[in-house]
Design a protein around this ligand. Structure first.
Ligand SMILES: NC(=O)c1ccc[n+]([C@@H]2O[C@H](COP(=O)([O-])OP(=O)(O)OC[C@H]3O[C@@H](n4cnc5c(N)ncnc54)[C@H](O)[C@@H]3O)[C@@H](O)[C@H]2O)c1
Length: 363
């Protein structure tokens, strides 16, 4: 496709959609032509902010009547599938916000449709475009942390309460996408416990654990019922550890040169001493770029170059499969759910690890 020619529209202009409009508008090779929302009051507000962007309530006209090349979907999750399917059928490259859809079967249908039509299908796993997460991936792949032992992630705040999904489907996609990126593989089992305190049947507090091969595990705490906003992840390796606090303006990542070792062998209790290593800590330098801008640029680049996005439909599907497993575990009071074998492992899994991916159980 010719540079500067991507004509794009955003459907769903509530809390998050306007951020997508702003970032796509800032790209030189993209023209944001229209915003679509069923809520006329919301559109009239946005028309005052972006008077050069057409505001429409009729999504049929939006998809078929104004010559868009690409569509970005930022509606509540229950509408993702129908809107994305209509967009792909209308021949538009399609970006869907996380989580990709309300079920893995919906994700599979969208992947097949995009492949059949030769269209770009991308999912908004925004944190994979953030400088801290990219830097953490570099540090780990360079071997600086040793082997990862566990990851603990906390994403907590007061609200925003969603009506169609629980807090795990709303907030944990960010943590799950980061954890899969860091570990480069899919979980063996998924457990989730939680409670619906405010809206019946919609959990507002959940604790999820993902177990991986070689006794590695990750825990994810998600809450809409927390007085403070917390966005923290700890990654513990055999040689070093990282604390990632996304709310810090500077020093979002700190690498700690600390570890504990057991003596390899000893004869008497008197000889047995744990060895605690306390070294320095440092803050790696990060490029200051808005992750959403990088993500939007990647979508446009993939359209122009005809390449598959890093966060393509299959990554969206894997994440939804994990959320489905978490929902099944929630219903079973946190019992472990064996994770079905996905179609492929995530991008940088070690080739010699692949034989250990568990067989599907059809759970
Ligand atoms: N990547 C991120 O960091 C991030 C952050 C926040 C939200 N999100 C995602 O963005 C999506 C939207 O979340 P939100 O918080 O903005 O929701 P929201 O409820 O604030 O806004 C959704 C908007 O979609 C409109 N809408 C609903 N159905 C529609 C339809 N059929 N056609 C056109 N418009 C329709 C609503 O009127 C509303 O204005 C969700 O998938 C959410 O998970 C992503």
């Amino acid at each position: 496709m010719k540079k500067g020619a991507v004509s794009l529209g955003v459907v769903g202009c509530g809390y998050w959609g306007p951020n997508l409009v702003r970032n796509f508008k800032g790209l030189p090779n993209c023209h944001v032509k229209a915003m679509c929302d069923v809520n006329e009051a919301r559109l009239s507000h946005l028309r005052t902010v972006y008077p050069d962007v057409e505001g429409m309530t009729d999504h049929h006209e939006f998809l078929n009547g104004i010559g868009l090349d690409a569509v970005v979907i930022a509606t509540p999750v229950k509408h993702h599938f129908a809107l994305a399917k209509a967009s792909l059928l209308a021949g538009k490259h399609t970006f869907i916000e996380k989580p990709m859809a309300a079920s893995s079967s919906e994700c599979e249908e969208l992947i097949e449709l995009a492949e059949a039509k030769g269209l770009v299908l991308m999912v908004g796993h925004t944190f994979l475009f953030s400088a801290p997460v990219r830097k953490i991936g570099e540090i780990i792949r360079a071997g600086d942390l040793g082997d990862i032992r566990y990851i603990n992630s906390r994403r907590l705040n007061l609200g925003l309460f969603q009506k169609d999904i629980n807090v795990a489907w709303d907030l944990a996609p960010h943590d799950i996408s980061i954890i899969l990126h860091i570990l480069g593989e899919l979980p063996v089992t998924v457990n989730c416990q939680g409670n619906a305190h405010v809206t019946p049947n919609i959990e507002d507090v959940t604790n999820m654990s993902l177990t991986f091969r070689h006794k590695r595990f990750a825990t994810i705490q998600s809450s809409w019922l927390e007085p403070r906003k917390v966005r923290e992840m700890t990654i513990v390796g055999t040689r070093r550890m990282i604390v990632y606090d996304d709310l810090k303006t500077h020093g979002k990542i700190r690498v700690y040169d600390v570890r504990v070792e057991r003596p390899p062998h000893y004869d008497t209790f008197a000889e047995f001493h744990y060895s605690y290593h306390y070294g320095d800590s440092y803050i790696p330098h990060l490029q200051q770029e808005e992750p959403l801008k990088m993500e939007c640029q990647h979508f446009i680049d993939c359209i122009e170059q005809g390449t598959a996005p890093e966060t393509d439909g299959r990554k969206g599907l894997e994440l939804v499969q994990i959320l489905e497993a978490a929902s099944r575990s929630l219903k079973a009071n946190g019992a472990p759910v064996t994770f079905s074998k996905p179609r492929e492992v995530v991008s940088f899994a070690q080739p010699d690890d692949q034989e250990l991916v568990p067989e599907p159980v059809g759970a």
